[in-house]
Write a protein that binds this ligand. Structure first.
Ligand SMILES: [Zn+2]
Length: 298
């Protein structure tokens, strides 16, 4: 069932093992340094995992600790605060016009961008999420991967791709497709785990993003990301570590991914809930993801 793949950045087939998790191998290309899962599950299998449960774990938590989202929909307000900050950055870099959100999930960002005057379109592989976005927000969301949609060349001012590229089977082809549909000077925004971050290097096999090998198949560093963007004709204009607004309760619970002592974390979490502080909003920057803005140069 598993398939072997070559390095998506340089085409070499020469790797060393970085970690073995859930019987899958995370390897590093000896030639260019790109980290990826090899061998891996084929594309069809990867698409079938994005069901309703992917966005809400209640009731099926067993064995799915490192998978999907705990409760994406009820976190809407926090997600929108995070998104509105990102939109401000985008608006400082790009002409306001047409925006495509690749992997738009339940449409929270598209709804927000539209309210700020953008003309928006979404693509999504999860039927559950696409339906939710259409019914709740009346958004135009197309089911499928970016390349399956065959959108018009040069038709977007901005493409956002947040928490997506690490799931994509051919990331270079995906970025080349983004290049094709962007207008000249159009801007791409990517968020993805940063395998070169000191947090990732410190945690090694314990890094949460590595533990998600069933869904994450590429782990970029800032350097490999920049190189792949360049190959696709996109020039990096800004790179930073991604922050995110959480409620204090879930934020403390997430500490279990970053600490070796689960008992301390669970005691702290219980205390926060007992004191009624769990719904206090905090802005967390776990320093493990990068936000990248790149421009179509030609
Ligand atoms: Zn390589």
């Amino acid at each position: 069932m598993l398939e072997n793949v070559r390095c998506a950045l340089c085409g070499a087939d020469d790797t060393r093992l970085v970690a073995e998790i859930d019987a899958l191998h995370i390897v590093r290309c000896r030639k260019c340094g790109l980290i990826y899962v090899n061998p891996r599950y084929p594309e069809g299998f990867l698409q079938e995992i994005y069901t309703e449960q992917y966005y809400d774990h209640d009731g099926i938590r067993n064995g799915l600790e490192f998978f999907g989202y705990d409760d994406y929909i009820s976190d809407e307000q926090n997600i929108k605060i995070t998104f509105s900050k990102r939109l401000k950055t985008i608006e400082s870099l790009a002409h306001k016009g047409r925006l495509l959100d690749v992997g738009c999930a339940t449409g929270f960002f598209l709804d927000l961008a539209r309210s700020q005057g953008w003309e928006v379109l979404g693509s999504e592989v999860s039927e559950f999420s696409a339906d939710y976005a259409r019914e709740r927000f009346n958004l135009d969301v197309r089911l499928g991967t970016l390349r399956q949609l065959s959108l018009d060349a040069g038709s977007f001012d901005v493409v956002t791709m947040w928490d997506v590229i690490e799931h994509v089977v051919d990331p270079l082809a995906e970025l080349q497709e983004v290049w094709r549909i962007l207008r000249p000077q159009g801007v791409l925004s990517i968020i993805t785990p940063d395998s070169g971050s000191w947090m990732a290097r410190l945690l090694g096999k314990r890094w949460e993003e590595f533990r998600r090998v069933r869904e994450h198949i590429y782990f970029f560093s800032r350097r490999t990301m920049r190189e792949m963007l360049q190959k696709a004709g996109l020039e990096v204009v800004r790179m930073e570590s991604a922050d995110k607004v959480f409620y204090l309760g879930p934020a403390i619970q997430r500490l279990k991914y970053y600490t070796w002592d689960g008992a301390v974390t669970s005691t702290a979490a219980k205390l926060v809930y007992r004191l009624g502080l769990d719904k206090v909003r905090v802005n967390v920057n776990p320093l493990t993801k990068m936000t990248v803005y790149a421009r179509k140069t030609e």
